[in-house]
Ligand binder design. Structure first.
Ligand code: ZN
Length: 315
């Protein structure tokens, strides 16, 4: 029986965990509630207790069968694994990898920012499998990202590497992004951004559209579904989204030059339809060479975090 490794993805409402073969096969996954009270002091003890329970239920020994555990944290993580502030969990000046290791009889524990860790997961067993260099873009409520070069997370000197959602792309934007900026990619290409773009287009024209039945409650999914059916206004919205996403990807390609961009998050459920649209704009901005990063879809969904966290321990 080979060694196993454990991936822990700490989120605001639940902690997802998975136990893997070191070859990448997921053996079991489960989750516990994230207890955020008292500055999140129960989170790591809960995780440790749950891991102990699972390991023993599988007839395994923590010290001899488990190579280690990786930890994805929803906030910035310093190179030594410490977390200055994690508003989502209430943590202040903690070193979760040190603490979790101590709670698990000293087995190795490594931690990383959750978006970067998810990118590592997609590289290991997801849409970027087989590639060493990958940039992941997650189109969800916001737009997140992660950079992997030579199979390693590039967090950057200030933890800003991969913050693709806050690349400034639109000068005309008057509304403010969560980061304080105006015209960030996230304001257009997140699910929230796509819905806002649809509301703006509906208000600015008389074009008939199936989207009008939803009014101000129109969602990104409504837009993508309608665009796939050929709805003119929905296609106009997606042309804007695709334009700016293609622009940001071309800029990222000229800085990081990965093998592949892996696009994930709820919006990516639009699948190849989305990739085909973005490909045209990306190609338009990337005339410098035909040899450039390809575009692909993430495949691990919500499990990317546990895969990537487990993979942290193997490098
Ligand atoms: Zn921003």
């Amino acid at each position: 029986m080979g060694m196993k490794c454990i991936g822990v993805d700490v989120r605001g409402t639940s902690v997802k965990m998975g136990i893997f073969e070191t070859t990448g096969e997921l053996l079991d996954k489960w989750e516990v509630k994230t207890r955020k009270e008292e500055n999140g002091k129960y989170i790591l003890p809960d995780v440790a207790a749950s891991i102990r329970e699972k390991v023993s239920a599988m007839g395994l020994d923590l010290k001899t069968d488990i190579a280690g555990a990786g930890l994805g944290v929803p906030g910035p993580v310093m190179p030594d694994g410490s977390v200055e502030v994690c508003v989502n969990l209430g943590w202040k000046n903690v070193n979760p990898q040190k603490e979790l290791s101590a709670l698990l009889d000293g087995i190795p524990v490594k931690s990383g920012n959750d978006a970067n860790v998810a990118a590592l997961g997609e590289m290991w067993q997801g849409g970027g499998k087989g590639y060493d260099n990958l940039v992941m873009i997650t189109l969800g409520t916001g737009v997140g990202g992660g950079v992997i070069l030579d199979q390693k997370i590039v967090a950057g000197r200030h933890g800003l590497a991969g913050e693709i959602g806050h690349i400034h792309v639109r000068d005309e934007e008057k509304e403010y992004c969560n980061c304080g900026g105006q015209g960030c990619l996230e304001q257009i290409c997140s699910a929230t951004g796509i819905a806002r773009e649809a509301r703006r287009k509906m208000a600015a024209s008389e074009t008939a559209s199936v989207l009008r039945q939803y009014g101000d409650n129109v969602s990104a999914k409504n837009v993508l579904d309608a665009a796939k059916e050929g709805d003119e206004l929905a296609l106009e919205v997606m042309a804007v989204v695709s334009h700016y996403l293609g622009l940001a990807l071309s800029q990222a390609a000229l800085i990081a030059d990965p093998d592949i961009f892996v696009i994930g998050g709820g919006v990516s459920k639009a699948g190849q339809f989305l990739i085909d649209m973005v490909q045209k704009d990306y190609d338009h901005f990337m005339t410098i060479s035909k040899n450039k990063a390809r575009l692909g879809l993430a495949t691990l969904g919500n499990d990317a975090g546990i895969y990537g966290a487990a993979r942290l321990i193997l490098q």
